[in-house]
Design a protein around this ligand. Structure first.
Ligand SMILES: Cc1cc2nc3c(=O)[nH]c(=O)nc-3n(C[C@H](O)[C@H](O)[C@H](O)COP(=O)(O)O)c2cc1C
Length: 391
């Protein structure tokens, strides 16, 4: 009989999740990544990262790699209440404290560069400015305008060529601020419902200039931004999150062109020798959509054919599934989102096959440490149990 309760050490060592991997010149100790997770702990409009965020990220420093929450590249990029930025001196200084602390704890950390495009309103953008997008089409999305407040998006203003140039410059500036703040690299949020997806999505991009129409044109802004960021960082410290999976709501319903557009992106991204491309499995119900055949792991099998570099797999993947996907060669890293919210010591729990803490979705977004920094580690739980037993 096989004793499944005590896996021998030699067997555990062979798990690909625990095999180190090179990330440019950095060696990550394992392939377990903390996915980007907006947590709304920055209520002041200045968007400066703070002490509670330092505690939260340091708690998770055993991840092979931490990707920060989506972080705005400019005022214009803002579209979510209480999310941070990486474009002012104060934000740089705030992040520096966090990256220093994570490095001291043995971790590695990159920042997700975020521009919400049309998925915002004047209040969130601030300074009396309108939301900007490829075209003046309402994306029909629900906005988070406060801890308890939501509003629907308005019709944005179509970007001029100068607005596009400014956006490219803003990403380059933010990439430099990220470097100055001590990050190990950056990830460009290139998908879901945000600026670059708005350009890629035919129903939201009605432009007739070189940024609209053909797939080359719809993808142009993303590659211009990528090349601007590559003027600041070596390619092996830059990643892109992209893929066909969207909310399947409002303006972000998949179209017949959605998959060919992702194939084009993945094929072209291979040439850049990036640190990674991050792909999401489905989150929405794909029944009856043009992506129906990409349900479950099918999207990973499909896109692996188009991207030869390091793939980071994400969405709805637990540890056993992650190991299986790596063993099949479908990717090189696996990012865990909600499991990382609830388990600061996720690496240790996966190593020991230990149970995970129960998630508290009601505090995924919130103002303080409740549901943020108070999830126990295994050692806390063990200490509590012995205190109860002894007392
Ligand atoms: C509370 C919350 C916040 C999120 N914030 C971001 C974000 O800022 N940027 C991003 O690219 N994805 C974000 N996501 C998506 C996650 O990175 C991840 O794709 C998703 O949770 C699915 O992975 P999981 O099944 O491992 O949780 C968020 C998800 C959740 C639940």
């Amino acid at each position: 009989m096989i004793d499944t309760t005590s896996t021998p050490r030699s067997v555990r060592k062979e798990r690909l999740l625990f095999e180190p991997i090179l990330f440019g010149d950095l060696e990550l100790p394992n392939r377990i990544v903390m996915a980007p997770l907006t947590r709304m702990r920055v209520p002041k409009p200045e968007g400066v990262p703070n002490a509670i965020m330092r505690e939260y990220y340091v708690q998770r420093a055993t991840a092979g790699l931490i990707i920060t929450e989506g972080t705005f590249v400019s005022d214009q990029a803002r579209g979510w209440f209480a999310a941070p930025g990486v474009y002012t001196e104060a934000q740089r200084d705030g992040w520096q404290v966090i990256t220093d602390a994570v490095h001291r704890a043995g971790g590695h950390m990159i920042v997700q560069l975020w521009h919400q495009g049309s998925v915002t309103n004047r209040g969130l953008v601030g300074h009396g400015r309108s939301p900007l997008a490829p075209s003046a089409v309402d994306p029909e999305q629900l906005l988070r305008t406060g801890y308890q407040a939501t509003e629907m998006t308005p019709v944005p203003k179509a970007m001029t060529r100068d607005d596009i140039k400014q956006t490219v410059a803003d990403f380059r500036h933010a990439a430099q601020v990220a470097r100055d703040a001590g990050f190990d690299g950056v990830q460009i949020q290139g998908g879901f419902v945000y600026l670059f997806q708005q350009f890629l999505q035919e129903n939201l991009n009605l432009r007739t200039d070189e940024y609209g129409g053909s797939v080359e044109n719809r993808a142009r802004i993303l590659f211009e931004v990528l090349e601007a960021v590559l003027k600041v960082w070596p390619s092996q410290r830059v990643g892109v999150k992209a893929g066909p999976m969207m909310s399947e709501r409002g303006g972000f319903k998949s179209l017949p062109s959605t998959l060919p557009t992702s194939e084009y992106l993945y094929h072209r991204l291979t040439d850049y020798n990036l640190s990674h491309v991050m792909v999401m499995r489905q989150l929405a119900d794909l029944t009856g959509t043009p992506l129906q055949t990409l349900e479950g792991d099918n999207v990973l099998h499909h896109l692996r054919q188009f991207y030869r570099g390091t793939l980071m797999l994400n969405a709805g993947i637990d540890a056993a599934h992650a190991e299986d996907l790596l063993q099949q060669g479908l990717g090189e890293l696996v990012a865990f989102g909600r499991d990382y919210i609830a388990n600061p010591d996720l690496v240790e729990r996966i190593r020991l096959d230990a149970p995970l803490n129960k998630q508290r979705p009601e505090s995924f977004y919130g103002p303080d440490g409740d549901g943020y920094t108070d999830y126990p580690t295994l050692s806390h739980l063990t200490a509590e149990t012995s205190a109860v037993t002894c007392g």
